[in-house]
Write a protein that binds this ligand. Structure first.
Ligand code: AMP
Length: 280
């Protein structure tokens, strides 16, 4: 695996590979890698010739400064994982390399109502930060295809909206959520949980499955109430949302048999904000 810290050296290397007609696949991450990320690398290897991964903890997407400061950093382990999982290139820039004009000179992206709902509502500015970093990374890597996880489903739709306008030639592939045996969605933030909280947090997935089983049998508000009570009795201290949405727009919906729907949850346990979802 080759490691680049500057956009210029990365681009020089990628130009040579592109001249050979090789297909470049790209997996952007914030590091603290786990098997959810590795699933993206594997999918990338299957569908492209060269796997480029970036690790960059993007300061502009954290609306909560403490969350940014506490974000786990495990770079040596990450490099080992990437080397043993078929990654060809790691781009590891620092903040000044990505934000040459500083982190306060952000571009504004029109992502419409997606910015105001769900994650956008609870994390103001988050998706502008995500778009800013992904645009910068895409300009450096200029991949043929990008791989995104459905774990961050709204992020996937936001980036799709932005890329359809600005990078229509780059293909987007969304990869299914990877879970622990307990059902807990893999996440870098899980590393901040105690062993007990990790066990308790698996209740999110159980309750997503519970909603799925009962979606056409019981009133959604009653299901939601039941789920909220169960989360709170399993150590969750705050629930931001439990929503049923149209999977293609993320607009709130009533249960409709002919519609592709998704249930999304965001909740705090031991001060750590977890998100999960289930496509119906
Ligand atoms: P992050 O490092 O958290 O910014 O995530 C980098 C990419 O990995 C994003 O596209 C995420 O959606 C994806 N990802 C993170 N966790 C998972 C998971 N458990 N399953 C599938 N994809 C994931």
């Amino acid at each position: 695996m080759k490691l680049f810290k500057t956009a210029a050296t990365l681009q020089e290397h990628l130009q040579k590979l592109k001249k050979q007609g090789l297909k470049i696949g790209f997996v952007p991450t914030m590091g603290a890698l786990h098997n959810g990320h590795i699933a993206l690398m594997k999918e990338c290897k299957k569908k492209s010739d060269i796997v480029v991964c970036s690790i960059f903890v993007n300061p502009t997407q954290f609306n909560d400064k403490k969350d940014f400061e506490k974000y786990p950093i495990t770079i040596e382990k990450d490099i080992f994982l990437l080397e043993t999982n078929e990654t060809d290139i790691l781009f590891l820039p620092d903040v000044d390399e990505v934000y040459k004009e500083g982190i306060h000179q952000l571009q504004h992206f029109d992502i419409g109502y997606l910015e105001k709902i769900l994650e956008g509502k609870y994390r103001p500015g988050h998706f502008q930060g995500v778009c800013n970093v992904v645009v910068r990374l895409l300009k450096c890597v200029q991949p043929d295809v990008i791989f995104l996880g459905k774990k961050d489903y709204q992020q996937y739709l936001v980036l799709k909206t932005m890329m359809d306008k600005l990078f229509p030639d780059i293909q987007i592939i969304a990869v299914n959520i990877q879970r622990e045996k307990s059902g807990l969605a893999m996440s870098s933030r899980n590393a901040r949980l105690s062993i007990n909280a990790r066990k308790d947090a698996a209740v999110i997935y159980k309750k997503l499955l519970f909603i799925k089983r009962n979606i056409f049998k019981k009133d959604f508000n009653l299901l939601k109430q039941d789920v909220a009570e169960d989360l709170l009795s399993h150590g969750f201290e705050r629930i931001d949302y439990i929503e049923l949405c149209d999977a293609s727009t993320l607009l709130s919906t009533q249960p409709v048999k002919t519609k592709k729907m998704i249930i999304l949850v965001a909740a705090f346990i031991e001060g750590v904000r977890l998100i999960d979802n289930l496509l119906l």
